[in-house]
Write a protein that binds this ligand. Structure first.
Ligand SMILES: *Cc1c(COP(=O)(O)O)cnc(C)c1O
Length: 410
């Protein structure tokens, strides 16, 4: 028989969202009249901004015409989109990023997983805890960890707790690590990193020849002018960081799929024999071999995110979700709950009342309020005793959820 990659068998079977799905369907079966409101999975709810939809329609028309039809495009993305990204997201903010340092893809989830292809398996990997589960699971699949313990922590990974005790600021590790995942604004905690915090990490990475994998999928939600949107706003970051961005959360592309990764041309690593080598050509090779580009209409849609109309419409969309976050935050606080995040991010992270476990609180909220959120422990051991609510929902659902939330506490 064929041998399987048994690293996959190390993955914890009851993955978070399937388990939530199981409990919600069991509840709905037993309570067919309950109108359950889901504030669980981080998926957007509002339609594509009109300027983007229009650009996609126009591109589909081009594809339907012999004169303007296009086949395969460049694997790294069309020049028009790479240039729009580099200019609007980086150079206009004073970050030195060239068009050909942008790699357009079909998602940051894929990119944050795929990036491991180009790094040796002996690197020491650090992740914050709680964390976006993709970083952990892709390390498990690629054989960079041992087995998980009872709390779900895998042997071989360095976990950096981010909790209320340290104000959700990840402390520098007291050992040398090679790859470091940072995500700000953070999923799941909804908290942000100051310039000073990011500077400490960049300095650490420089001193230890590490690389920071910086996930900025939620940068559009930053409202505080003091908070950096990109790691490249930090001096020296070009030498130590790869940044992941996505059109999913700001422009509603979770179903249309478009994202990008920034790999600076000067970024380097070392070979197994110790010589320095550049990362950009290796990632370029990987990307061109295993990926054939995002569809032309979707890249035109992404380009429209940077038009005047596109920017204005995305601004409205982001404000809409942030207002939902504010309603959740303030509603919960008024109900006596301790709440974090939700100011520069579409997630509210709350401390479960009365010392309830994350899953016990999940069950209580479902049974009493017919509300679904995400248990913090599903994002890592340090998430135990916390709970995530997503602001991606209709206004009516958010308002109703706040009322029900208060009633389910008693
Ligand atoms: C939603 C999300 C992304 C974006 O994923 P896509 O594959 O681009 O849709 C990336 N990172 C985090 C932490 C996310 O929550």
């Amino acid at each position: 028989m064929v041998q399987v990659n048994d690293n996959f068998l190390k993955l914890k079977a009851g993955y978070l969202f399937p388990e939530i799905g199981r409990r919600v369907s069991a509840f709905c079966k037993a309570n067919p009249d309950a109108a359950v409101i889901k504030l669980g999975i981080g998926d957007v709810t509002e339609p594509l901004p009109p300027a983007i939809a229009e650009a996609i329609h126009k591109a589909v028309d081009e594809m339907s015409n012999r004169e303007t039809f296009r086949g395969y495009g460049p694997e790294q993305g069309y020049d028009f989109l790479r240039a729009a990204i580099a200019e609007n997201d980086f150079r206009s903010r004073g970050c030195d990023v060239a068009d050909d340092e942008i790699f357009v893809s079909d998602g940051s989830k894929c990119d944050t997983g795929n990036i491991l292809d180009i790094f040796g398996t002996d690197n020491v990997v650090a992740i914050t805890d709680p964390v976006y589960p993709v970083y952990v699971d892709t390390n498990v699949m690629s054989g960079r960890t041992g087995e998980a313990d009872a709390t779900g922590r895998y042997a071989g990974l360095v976990y950096i707790p981010v909790t209320a005790e340290n104000d959700f600021t990840p402390a520098l590790p007291d050992q040398k690590v090679d790859l470091i995942y940072l995500c700000f604004p953070n999923n799941p905690t909804g908290t942000v990193a100051s310039k000073e915090t990011l500077k400490q990490w960049v300095d650490y990475a420089k001193a230890n020849d590490s690389i920071i994998l910086f996930d900025a999928a939620y940068e559009a939600f930053i409202t505080d002018p003091e908070i950096p949107h990109s790691i490249y706003e930090i001096e020296g970051a070009r030498d130590v960081a790869i940044e992941f961005r996505s059109f999913s959360k700001n422009a509603g592309f979770t179903g249309t799929r478009c994202a990008f990764t920034v790999v600076p041309k000067g970024l380097s690593g070392k070979t197994s024999t110790g010589e320095s080598t550049l990362i950009h050509p290796i990632w370029n090779r990987r990307h061109c071999t295993k990926f054939n580009g995002v569809s032309y209409p979707i890249q035109r849609g992404a380009e429209a995110a940077y038009s005047e109309a596109g920017k204005a419409q995305i601004g409205e969309l982001v404000s809409f979700y942030l207002e939902n976050a504010r309603l959740l935050r303030e509603g919960l606080e008024a109900a006596g709950i301790t709440v974090y995040g939700g100011v520069n991010a579409p997630y509210v992270w709350l401390k479960t009342p009365g010392g309830l476990s994350s899953w016990d609180f999940f069950d209580r909220l479902l049974n009493r309020g017919h509300l679904v959120g995400t248990p913090g422990s599903g994002f890592g051991a340090a998430g135990e005793g916390y709970f995530r609510l997503s602001a991606f929902n209709s206004r009516a659902n958010v308002e109703e959820a706040v009322e029900r939330f208060a009633k389910s506490l008693g």
